[in-house]
Design a binder for this molecule. Structure first.
Ligand code: SF4
Length: 259
C-alpha cells in the first residue's frame, strides 16, 4: 500500500488535520487507527477525528504503569466520544517482567522496558492495520523534526499519518480551550508531557517540556517514533540488578475499558 501515499504526500502538507483525517478514514476504512497516549496533542486530534467520522478506531499502549489521571481520562474519552479505546498490553504482566528481568527495569534499562511494554505490543497492533495516525509534532523532539504528514513507516511497515506535524504547542492548547476538549489535569501541575509513573516527573520553571520524561537518562523517546533502536545512556549511576529466568506468559491484546 505504498502507492497511494506518493500521490498525496506533497499536497497533504498543505492540508488541515480534518482533511487529512477524512482522507485517511476514506482510504483505509477500518484498517487505520489513531494511536494516543492522551496528551494535549492526542486529545485535540481525537476531538478533530470525532468531527470527521463516528466510530473511528483509537488505541492506546497501556503499559499498566500509567497515572490514575490518565486512566480516568481514557474513560472520559470513551464516554464523550462514544467509542471504545482499544487497550494494547505487553505480553508480560508487571509481575512477569519483574520475575524475568528483575525489579524496576525502567531504572536500569528503560529501552528494554519500553521495548517490552510499548514497542513490541505496538508492533503486534500495527500488524492489523494498513495505516496509523499519530499526534506527533515536529518541534517536540529531534526524532520528530522531519516527520511528514503522510509517510511510509519503514520501522513498522505501514503508512504513518501525522496530521499535527506542523502545529505548535500553543495552537494545540488554543484548540483544546476553544472546543472545551477534556485533558489530563496533570498538565496543570507542571507535567506538559506524560508517560508512565516511573519515568515521568513534573518539570521545573524554564525546563524543556519533555525534561520530565526519563529525566535520569539521555532518552527522549520511547522508540515508537524513532527510526532505529537507540541506547539510553544513564545520566546517573543506578545499581544494576541481575536478570532472572522464567516463563513468558502470553497475553492477548484486549479491546476495551476498565482500569
Ligand atoms: S516509560 Fe518507563 S515504565 Fe514505561 S515502558 Fe518505558 S521505561 Fe517502562
Amino acid at each position: 500500500m505504498r502507492e497511494p501515499i506518493h500521490a498525496v504526500q506533497a499536497v497533504s502538507e498543505t492540508w488541515r488535520p480534518e482533511r487529512l483525517l477524512r482522507w485517511a478514514f476514506d482510504t483505509y476504512q477500518q484498517e487505520v487507527a489513531i494511536s494516543s497516549a492522551f496528551g494535549a496533542e492526542g486529545m485535540a486530534l481525537i476531538d478533530m477525528a470525532s468531527r470527521v467520522r463516528a466510530n473511528f478506531r483509537l488505541f492506546t499502549l497501556d503499559t499498566e504503569f500509567l497515572f490514575p489521571e490518565t486512566y480516568d481520562l481514557i474513560e472520559r474519552v470513551e464516554q464523550r466520544y462514544e467509542i471504545k479505546v482499544e487497550r494494547v498490553y505487553s505480553a508480560l504482566t508487571p509481575e512477569d517482567q519483574e520475575q524475568l528481568h528483575g525489579s524496576a527495569l525502567w531504572k536500569r534499562d528503560p529501552d528494554q522496558c519500553c521495548n517490552l511494554r510499548k514497542i513490541e505490543p505496538l508492533r503486534g497492533k500495527l500488524a492489523e492495520l494498513q495505516a496509523w495516525i499519530t499526534a506527533i509534532r515536529r518541534n517536540q523532539t529531534p526524532d520528530r523534526a522531519h516527520a511528514q504528514k503522510v509517510e511510509w513507516d519503514s520501522k513498522f511497515q505501514l503508512v504513518k499519518i501525522n496530521p499535527l506535524a506542523d502545529w505548535t504547542s500553543e495552537a494545540i492548547w488554543q484548540y483544546v480551550r476553544k472546543h472545551d476538549v477534556p485533558y489530563n489535569p496533570l498538565h496543570d501541575r507542571n507535567y506538559p508531557s506524560l508517560g508512565c509513573t516511573h519515568c515521568t516527573r513534573a518539570i521545573h520553571s524554564g525546563e524543556d517540556p519533555r525534561a520530565g520524561r526519563w529525566a535520569d537518562f539521555r532518552k527522549t523517546e520511547c522508540g515508537l517514533h524513532s527510526p532505529e533502536p537507540r541506547s539510553a545512556a544513564p545520566l546517573v549511576t543506578i545499581g544494576a540488578q541481575p536478570e532472572t529466568e522464567g516463563n513468558l506468559r502470553q497475553r492477548t491484546s484486549v479491546s476495551a475499558p476498565s482500569s
